[in-house]
Design a protein around this ligand. Structure first.
Ligand code: C2O
Length: 474
């Protein structure tokens, strides 16, 4: 039996723990603030860097690479070694591959952000401990600026590259990172989720426009991903993992295996950083749940010695207390000039899997600025394979070959043998398009992004109830 030890999470790993952990006979350990060696020239807070910046410091990058390799090697000799990379990856599989309706599922609800923050922090501390270096921090991948997998993660032979990936050769598209260069009000945000006014969705109707999701247990008549979790979170998973010619998903395309790919942690560090960007706005931060249901929730993780540590949501809300900050709270890397805006790959776009012509109802056309106009696609049937799909709108009389304006994107990710499909109703904020086109007839097209590394890619039509434009108070 493994002991379950509660730790106060704003803790750093002490040297003492290293000694206790290494000597036989001790099963319990304490993570405490006592006796912690100073880090980064006396600071107890490390800085998570953009991987592009970290890569400039070859020595630091090599240390992280070696610590990761050590964990991978331990798993290679014993897949159940609690200090190995596979056991660490399993934590994600355990909480993410279970039925979407199960109460322990940490996706598709308000646990999404705090659980992944806790997971990253535990993983980061393991790497630090293995490297015996308190200055190690996880890097993040800023996919808003860097539209390909960053170089260290593709270096042959590197522990960073050790993963099953069928990444398509094309760059990450604007739609996959929820960036709207054609749309001034949304372009400003950089990532559309940053415009989400509230953390918690109070009702099913608010899920798609909330930043942090809906409470669990979710009694709303529909359930699903919050704005950030939907896109860019999902499409980046599917982009990195991709699918091979036989339809097999890469590690990142399946929640059960996603934690094995080292880039998982760089992807989630960037999402975690976006949470910090979002909460710089006081009203946003004030909307974070204060209830005990949220703050007292504890998540178990396996520590290096096999013990279970419990991490409480209340203890992860402040990253400084948790021991890290980010080098930048800009959506795009400040040094990069204009963001990289990449067109859909040279290959012809795939045919739409759904197409409809709609007119915004008069109530939506007449609605004032305090009202959002939402495109709803109801009763969507779970797709049978991983995919990422852009939702494009154009005037109905526009030429057939015109791509239209991307107003949102959704993806289907696997969780074990099946697609995790939380949303019977897909919702996209199309306020700007409705305001621009008024009573004109609009064509909505759902167009899949190419996600295969090879072979021909085809998708059956999406099955759904209907598409409609509804209004929602902001
Ligand atoms: Cu728990 Cu990005 O998935």
């Amino acid at each position: 039996m493994r002991a379950s030890t509660y730790i106060e999470f704003p803790a750093r790993i002490s040297r003492r723990e290293t000694i206790i952990g290494a000597s036989a006979g001790f099963s319990a350990f304490v993570l405490s603030l006592d006796g912690i060696p100073a880090t980064q020239a006396g600071s107890s807070v490390v800085t998570r860097l953009d991987i592009v910046e970290l890569a400039k410091n070859a020595a630091q990058l090599a240390k992280l690479e070696a610590a990761l390799k050590e964990m991978q090697d331990r798993s290679a000799s014993d897949p159940n070694d609690p200090s190995g990379w596979l056991v660490n990856a399993r934590a994600h599989g355990e909480f993410c591959s279970i039925a979407t309706t199960a109460s322990d599922q940490i996706h598709f609800c308000w646990w999404f952000l705090p659980w992944h923050r806790a997971y990253l922090s535990v993983t980061e501390r393991k790497l630090r401990q293995i490297a015996s270096d308190d200055s190690l921090a996880l890097p993040y991948w800023n996919w808003s600026s860097d539209r390909h997998i960053p170089a260290p993660y593709t270096q042959a032979g590197s522990s960073f590259a050790k993963a099953v990936r069928f990444t398509p050769t094309r760059a990450v598209q604007d739609g996959e990172v929820d960036y709207f260069p054609q749309n001034p009000s949304r372009k400003k945000l950089g990532v559309a989720a940053l415009g989400a006014p509230l953390f918690q969705a109070a009702s099913g109707g608010q899920i798609a426009t909330s930043f942090g999701g809906i409470a669990r247990p979710n009694t709303a008549n529909r359930y699903g991903n919050n704005r950030l979790e939907g896109t860019p979170h999902g499409p980046i998973h599917v982009y990195v993992g991709g699918v091979n010619g036989q339809g097999d998903p890469g590690d990142m395309t399946d929640f059960e295996t996603a934690g094995r790919d080292p880039i998982f942690f760089a992807h989630h560090a960037n999402l975690d950083r976006l949470w910090e960007i979002w909460r710089q706005t006081p009203e946003h931060r004030q909307s974070e749940p204060q209830s005990a249901d949220f703050l007292n929730k504890e998540f178990p993780f396996t520590w290096l010695d096999g013990n279970t540590i419990m991490v409480k949501v209340a203890d992860v809300m402040d990253t400084q207390k948790l021991g890290y900050v980010y080098d930048s709270l800009s959506v795009f890397r400040p040094s990069s000039q204009a963001p990289i805006v990449s067109a859909q790959s040279a290959a012809a776009p795939l045919p739409p899997i759904a197409k409809e012509t709609l007119t915004a109802p008069f109530s939506a056309q007449a609605a004032g600025p305090g009202v959002r106009k939402i495109l709803e696609i109801t009763d969507v049937e779970k797709p049978d394979r991983p995919m990422t799909v852009g939702v494009n709108i154009k005037p109905a009389n526009a030429p057939a070959n015109e791509a239209g304006e991307n107003v949102g994107t959704f993806s289907a990710i696997r969780a074990g043998g099946e697609i995790a499909w939380p949303s019977r109703t897909l919702a996209f904020d199309i306020t700007d398009a409705v305001d621009r086109y008024g009573g004109e007839k609009l064509t909505v097209e759902l167009v899949p992004f190419r996600i295969q590394s090879a072979g021909t890619e085809t998708y059956p039509p999406l099955r759904y109830g209907q598409m409609q434009i509804v209004t929602e108070e902001r």
